[in-house]
Write a protein that binds this ligand. Structure first.
Ligand SMILES: *[C@@H]1O[C@H](CO)[C@@H](O)[C@H](O)[C@H]1NC(C)=O
Ligand SMILES: *[C@@H]1O[C@H](CO)[C@@H](O)[C@H](O)[C@H]1NC(C)=O
Ligand SMILES: *[C@@H]1O[C@H](CO)[C@@H](O)[C@H](O)[C@H]1NC(C)=O
Ligand SMILES: *[C@@H]1O[C@H](CO)[C@@H](O)[C@H](O)[C@H]1NC(C)=O
Ligand SMILES: *[C@@H]1O[C@H](CO)[C@@H](O)[C@H](O)[C@H]1NC(C)=O
Ligand SMILES: *[C@@H]1O[C@H](CO)[C@@H](O)[C@H](O)[C@H]1NC(C)=O
Length: 463
């Protein structure tokens, strides 16, 4: 009897411990089978002192092709997700300016169940969404970590090496063909969902610190990268040499972006599972903080708008990677040792770095992916090509969104390549702004059409 009572005591103590550690926030994605999208997302967040809570951290209102332009201060439908219609998508709005830019659809309400809890529920279409809670914030894009009005979901921590490196969490919503079909736009992002059969189909993604003299972050002389190891990596008795893709972030980002904002591990798992590429190792390095001479040395925090770090010159980044990163990766992982199974790709300023690799590390890589490249002239000349004829033998992919502010720059780069007869594959993302839904689409098509395909590329029959 006594024993039973004390057991109950222990259980209730355990229970109160559990209650004490209860979740303070949550995001639930639910299949509803109902219009408008077939799915709904419920956010919950406990905060007793806030007078108002918005959701931001990357979440954007929706728009459609009839209400979007590619100008810097673009026209944008700014639809509430409750009004979703097939063919709607979201674009980033880096320079809010119009009065309607200040109307924000993602406002939480006080929960009916408990006074200190905030709730927001809305239908969402297919895609990866990043978010953070914004207590006492009156305009989402202005509420950043340095204003103290951005709280990262404590129960869905971002993928990051050191706390503070990433300032938003994410969730993924599946596609439902019954409610979301818009064949002309391909807004089905199911390739960003976790692959089925985890043991067989899912790789691993982790942070690695490596010695890089001069580095300022995450520690003195220590730099970091993210590595994706495909399913089966390390399990074979005979040493395999996996093809190796380097994937760069853009301005104001870091290596964890590709996983935290882009879910690259899911995309790779699905490219491999569906037979578009063989199992491939991906390394996503960080081009900031390589050393103090490259920029002002301050640690960049995603979402800290008052702190824009100058982008280090692509030439310096290439030299640094050649000295420290590439040798480290190639001597510590089962990766291939020749250009035919090495690729470099990147988005935006990472596309500029990819261009630098194409021009000045031509022999190291055979495949290059320039996603929304922010490249500016001067481009290659006939003289450069005459000195480096191998440029004509590479697998090159240039992609950009129809509504991306780098649209014209990327087109100019294509003109320069075309003018020299350097063949390349194009992808114009039909819903694309300078944002992660577009970069996901671009890396997906890079994998489907260019990566590790026999050179010269012949795309007929590949679709
Ligand atoms: C609650 O909101 C306040 C602003 O009123 C903010 O400073 C605080 O960090 C929030 N607390 C939690 C637990 O998110
Ligand atoms: C947002 O920040 C900008 C730049 O600091 C400022 O001009 C604008 O008034 C702010 N908007 C709101 C609604 O707070
Ligand atoms: C890398 O180094 C930083 C700073 O010492 C540390 O906080 C972090 O946990 C390390 N990460 C890994 C994966 O070892
Ligand atoms: C954001 O940037 C400002 C300006 O550089 C800096 O003073 C502040 O410490 C930064 N905030 C964080 C949280 O790093
Ligand atoms: C490059 O390395 C891969 C993987 O080890 C190998 O299969 C291929 O034959 C090599 N190619 C050349 C040209 O050496
Ligand atoms: C390539 O190297 C040359 C010589 O160092 C340099 O002038 C050029 O800026 C580099 N990058 C590109 C993209 O041409």
């Amino acid at each position: 009897m006594r024993a039973a009572v004390s057991l109950r005591g222990v259980l209730s103590a355990l229970l109160s411990l559990l209650l004490f550690h209860e979740a303070t926030a949550s995001v639930t994605v639910r299949k509803t089978g109902r219009a408008p999208t077939g799915y709904e997302v419920e956010f919950r967040y406990i905060n007793a002192t806030a007078r108002r809570v918005l959701i931001g951290g990357g979440l954007q209102p929706f728009t459609d092709q009839f209400h979007t332009t590619g100008t810097l201060h673009r026209t944008n439908g700014r639809f509430d997700p409750h009004d979703y219609q097939p063919g709607d998508f979201w674009v980033s709005n880096p320079w809010p300016q119009l009065p309607e830019d200040y109307v924000w659809p993602y406002e939480m309400r006080r929960s009916a169940d408990r006074e200190d809890e905030w709730v927001y529920t809305a239908p969402f279409p297919s895609g990866t969404y990043t978010y953070a809670f914004l207590p006492d914030c009156d305009y989402a894009p202005n509420c950043t970590v340095d204003t103290g009005k951005l709280v990262v979901d404590p129960d869905v921590p971002p993928f990051m090496n050191v706390p503070g490196d990433q300032l938003s969490s994410n969730f993924v919503v599946p596609f439902d063909a019954k409610f979301q079909a818009s064949p002309e736009l391909n807004t089905n992002f199911d390739y960003t969902l976790p692959a089925p059969h985890p043991c067989r189909n899912r790789g691993r993604v982790l942070h690695v610190n490596y010695t890089s003299p001069g580095s300022l972050h995450p520690a003195k002389d220590v730099h970091d990268f993210v590595i994706y190891l495909p399913p089966g990596y390390g399990r074979s008795k005979t040493k395999k040499e996996y093809p190796l893709l380097y994937l760069s972030h853009g301005a104001n980002g870091n290596g964890a972006d590709w996983e935290n904002l882009g879910r690259i591990s899911h995309i790779m798992d699905n490219l491999i599972r569906l037979g578009h590429i063989p199992p491939t190792v991906v390394v996503a390095p960080t081009f900031y903080n390589l050393d103090a001479s490259h920029q002002d040395g301050k640690k960049f925090l995603y979402g800290n708008r008052s702190h824009t770090v100058p982008v280090p010159a692509a030439r310096l980044v290439r030299e640094n990677y050649e000295k420290y990163l590439f040798p480290f990766v190639e001597s510590n992982y089962d990766v291939c040792r020749n250009s035919s199974c090495r690729a470099f790709a990147g988005l935006s300023m990472g596309g500029v770095l990819t261009y630098e690799m194409l021009v000045n590390a031509t022999d190291r890589f055979d495949y290059f992916g320039l996603f929304a490249p922010a490249t500016l002239p001067p481009y290659l000349s006939d003289k450069d090509l005459a000195r480096n004829p191998a440029l004509k033998k590479k697998g090159i992919f240039v992609a950009y969104g129809l509504y991306d502010f780098v649209f014209q720059w990327a087109r100019d780069l294509q003109d320069a390549l075309d003018g020299l007869g350097i063949k390349h594959v194009t992808r114009v993302t039909p819903f694309g702004s300078h944002a992660w839904n577009a970069f996901q689409d671009q890396v997906w098509f890079f994998g489907k059409t260019v990566l590790w395909k026999p050179l010269p590329l012949n795309l007929r029959g590949r679709r």
